[in-house]
Ligand binder design. Sequence first.
Ligand code: HEC
Length: 149
Amino acid sequence: MPISRTAAAALCAAACLIVVPQRGSAQGPPPTSKSTRDGVYTAAQAARGKEVYAGFCQACHTPASHTGSVFTSKWVGWPISELFSYLRNEMPQSDPGSLSAAEYADVLTYILQLNGLPKGTEELPRDVKALKEIRFDTAAARPRRPERR
Ligand code: HEC
């Protein structure tokens, strides 16, 4: 039996109602007081991170996979706490959460170094609250606001 015009209109209205509340709910990154361009890790920390990477990450990844637009489009513009938490919760994929907070922070600084971000005089902190204040910017131009993952 063909669907009546009224029923079709009602269906359309219902479908539109489902779509409309979604609009405007997308939130941009929260404000941060620092950027990864400010020199937020030390050379020694990144060197330790490189060791962690060789031991626990390189079996599945290449360092280059943590650079470039596919990688940065996911993480850049967001507080670095997002990537830190991701690493702690998901990596190494074979044994998530198995490293210490210090090791996760160290390996994260190795990723910053791979992305050409400057070293500084203080180590990257290892607690999420402090990392929420540091925005992941690329070494080059300020990024556009990425989509929420
Ligand atoms: C057993 C294999 C394995 C190991 C070991 C491993 N990873 Fe992964 N990693 C993966 C896989 C598979 C993905 C993709 C997961 C997905 O897309 O859901 C991934 C995703 C990632 C991502 C996100 C990629 C992106 O483009 O945003 C990062 C960053 C990462 N891993 C870092 C690490 C680090 C750092 C370590 C070491 C502490 C590590 N991984 C160890 C398998 C592994």
